[in-house]
Each structure stands twice: as structure tokens, then as C-alpha cells.
Ligand binder design. Structure first.
Ligand code: SAM
Length: 396
């Protein structure tokens, strides 16, 4: 009896990757899928193993001296989802902020065809060099790769029909509005108190109004628009708390938290499915943050967070809390695990917010980015930014 082993080549791996994204409904079997079938992702991440290049995972290409990711090829699922939001047509002029490996620029070049143009900007000289080399090697020689700070766009190639930002933006600078053609679309991963949504925005008068939003995570934007995230690691690499904005949290108060027992409060609420607004409800809790559990946390007996990458949560004085879940299928239930001096109190406080969300769980979030003081009347929550404010409106 002979055993045959099949070794998949890049072409086959690519077809399968696109097939999975289409089957999962991330992209339609249309131009974006065609472009993803045509562009060899592995040539843009030559240091990654071939199979890894075609998994739905980001490939980090540059880190800072502390090991924090500065640049990566984003996971194909989010690349596809953002291109779907961007609705690029043949002949469009497109600006990308965050050239990274050049992969997305190659997809954009494929989508705009010979009558369109693509300009991609990166702030990291190594990324610009690598993107240029890989775009040339794969035949995308007409893409302009520019070294610069995307906060200021790139007026030379504009006005643009589409602008896509592929780093987590804390704000929406005026240059993007100035360089976008009337009725153009801006797709940007917008950071709102630590949660990130890829938002498709259209300009309406003095404001941006969202047409679609999708959950995502991105390396934060650098340069003039940078707002550093603050990381607090607890218990010898057990739990990482990540804060956006400038909220004041004292690490010293949390140092003893992990020495106390964990309290889990079950909510009787089913976890969200797909694009949901739960994170927005939690966003306005005092001490709102992202809670990422490391392996050492499980060794300490903490229950898993709602998502493998962590969950949204909150810190109050010497206690932190995060979402967890139990059960299977329709019996799955959300819980809140809180650890620290007031575990029971914080767990109940967050659980109350989860129940409040449940009463409006089917609503959809619309986002408006507008001048200070210009929040729409029906805004549920409004967050201050440097240049503008961001309002979240819940619609049935
Ligand atoms: C997730 S990577 C982009 C992935 C890329 N689109 C691809 O297809 O590989 C984010 C990139 O944004 C860049 N970046 C961060 N801040 C920037 C800024 N202010 N202007 C331009 N690029 C920036 C980073 O250097 C990094 O290369």
C-alpha cells in the first residue's frame, strides 16, 4: 500500500484561503475575492512559513525594542472586510495610509486596474523600502510608495475617491477630508476608548457619517496623530490591562489584586453574535479597558476571557473585571469575573451594564465624527478627541 502525501503550493493555499473567507461571508465572491486570488500574499511576507502566509492571521514584520508590533501584514479576513467596505471601482484614485508589507496596496492596484492610481504612505522607512521592493517584484510597479506621516495624507496624489487607513487611528485629521473627493469614502480603524471598529465614513457637511462598521484590531498609528496605549501587566505576566486615552489608573493599587479570590457573576445574558454593540455599552464604564489573559492567568485558576484575545473590562481602584462565558450553543451565558479588593461589587456593576445592553442587543451602532459641540441630538455616547468628537448613535 502506498501513502500519498499532498503538498499544497502557494496557488492552492491561496484559493483555499479565499474560499474560506467567501464561505464565512467575510467577502463576496466578487472583485475583492478575485484580487485576493491574484495577489501572492506569501511574496509580501517572505520570512513567514508558506502555510502561515495563507492563514487568517496577521504576520508581524517589525517590532519596537519592547517587542510591541509596529508593522504587520494584517489578517486576510480583516483586509478583505475593509476592502469590501471600501467599495473600490476600476479607475479610482486610492490613498492607503500604512503601506506595511505592500500586500493591501497590491490588492488595491488590482482593483483599480490600469486606469486607476494607488498611493500608499508609511512612516517607517523599512516598511517603505520593503513595500516598494515587493510591489515591484510582483508587477505592481505603478503604485506610489511614499515615506511620510499619514496624518497629513498625501496631497500630491489627490483628490482621492477612496482613502483607507490600515493603522489604528485615534482621531480623524482634517487632511483626510480635504483630500477626499466629494462623495468619496474613508475606511478607518477608529479607536474609541480602547475598542476599535473599522468604520466606512462618508462626508456629510461638517461631519463624517458611518455607513458600516466591523470589529477589528490594529497597531496604533504613529507620528503626529499618535496617542499611546498604556499597558499594565499584573502578576508576573498573568494579566495585561490595556488603556486608551489618558485615563489615570494607578498600577500600585492593582498589584495585590491577583492575591485575592476571583468573583464570577453570571448574567443570564447570551453572548453577542457577529457585529454587536456590547463593547459600546461597556465603553462608558469608569476604568474601561481591554483585559488580556496570559497562560499564567489560567495557571492561577482564572476563567477564560470571552474572546481568545481578551475581552473588554474595567478597573476600579484595586479591582479589575472582564467578561467570560459558560455553556454551549443556545445555553451559552455571559459572566463577569472580577479580581481584587471589591471583586463582588465590580462584578455586579459590570453585570448590570451587560443586562442593560441585552435589552437593546439588536440595535446597530452608527458613528458620527463631528466638530466639538456638534453631537447629534440622538447621540447615546460622545467621546472627545483632539480635532473632533465621536458620537455613537444606536439604531433599532
Ligand atoms: C498593520 S500595518 C499595515 C498593513 C499593510 N496595509 C499591509 O498590507 O501589509 C500598519 C502600518 O501603518 C504604519 N503607520 C503607523 N503610523 C503611521 C502614520 N502616521 N503614517 C503612515 N503610516 C503609519 C506602520 O508603520 C505600519 O507599517
Amino acid at each position: 500500500m502506498s501513502i500519498s502525501t499532498s503538498v499544497s503550493g502557494p496557488g492552492e493555499l491561496r484559493m483555499r484561503m479565499v474560499g474560506r473567507l467567501v464561505d464565512a461571508g467575510v467577502i463576496e465572491d466578487g472583485p475583492v475575492a478575485e484580487a485576493m486570488r491574484a495577489v501572492p500574499r506569501h511574496e509580501f511576507v517572505p520570512d513567514a512559513e508558506l502555510r502561515a502566509a495563507y492563514r487568517d492571521e496577521a504576520v508581524v514584520t517589525h517590532r519596537d525594542p519592547d517587542g510591541i508590533a509596529l508593522s504587520s501584514a494584517s489578517a486576510p479576513g480583516i483586509v478583505g472586510a475593509m476592502l469590501r467596505q471600501l467599495d473600490v471601482r476600476a479607475g479610482h484614485r486610492v490613498l492607503e495610509i500604512g503601506a506595511g508589507t505592500g500586500y493591501n496596496a497590491a490588492l488595491l492596484d488590482t482593483l483599480v486596474g490600469p486606469d486607476g492610481t494607488v498611493t500608499t504612505v508609511d512612516i517607517l522607512p523599512e516598511a517603505v523600502r520593503e513595500a516598494r521592493a515587493r510591489l515591484d517584484a510582483t508587477g505592481h510597479t505603478t503604485v506610489r510608495v511614499v515615506l511620510g506621516d499619514g496624518e497629513f495624507g498625501d496631497a500630491a496624489g489627490g483628490p482621492y475617491d477612496r482613502i483607507i487607513v490600515t493603522a489604528g487611528a485615534w482621531d480623524v485629521p482634517a487632511s483626510w477630508a480635504a483630500q477626499l473627493a466629494p462623495d468619496g469614502l474613508l475606511v478607518v480603524p477608529l479607536r474609541m476608548r480602547g475598542l476599535t471598529r473599522s468604520v466606512a465614513l462618508r462626508r456629510r457637511g461638517d461631519r463624517w457619517v458611518s455607513e458600516d462598521s466591523a470589529e477589528c484590531g490594529f497597531v496604533p498609528i504613529q507620528g503626529a496623530g499618535a496617542v499611546a496605549e498604556r499597558n499594565i501587566m499584573l502578576g508576573e505576566s498573568s494579566v495585561l490591562l490595556r488603556f486608551d486615552d489618558d485615563r489615570q489608573v494607578r498600577k500600585a493599587a492593582l498589584d495585590e489584586a491577583l492575591d485575592r479570590p476571583a468573583h464570577t457573576r453570571w448574567t443570564g445574558v447570551r453572548p453577542p453574535r457577529g457585529e454587536a454593540t456590547l463593547d459600546f455599552w461597556l465603553m462608558t464604564l469608569p476604568g474601561f479597558c481591554r483585559v488580556i489573559l496570559m497562560d499564567a492567568a489560567f495557571e492561577r485558576g482564572l476563567p477564560r476571557a470571552l474572546n481568545a484575545w481578551g475581552s473588554m473590562g474595567a478597573v476600579q481602584a484595586g479591582t479589575f473585571a472582564y467578561l467570560t462565558a459558560r455553556g454551549q450553543g443556545d445555553a451559552r451565558e455571559l459572566g463577569v469575573c472580577a479580581v481584587g479588593a471589591d471583586g463582588a461589587g465590580l462584578a455586579e456593576g459590570v453585570a448590570e451594564r451587560v443586562r442593560a445592553w441585552d435589552a437593546e442587543r439588536d440595535s446597530r451602532a452608527r458613528i458620527e465624527v463631528h466638530p466639538h459641540g456638534g453631537a447629534p441630538e440622538n447621540a447615546r455616547w460622545t467621546i472627545d478627541k483632539r480635532h473632533e468628537q465621536v458620537s455613537v448613535i444606536l439604531e433599532p
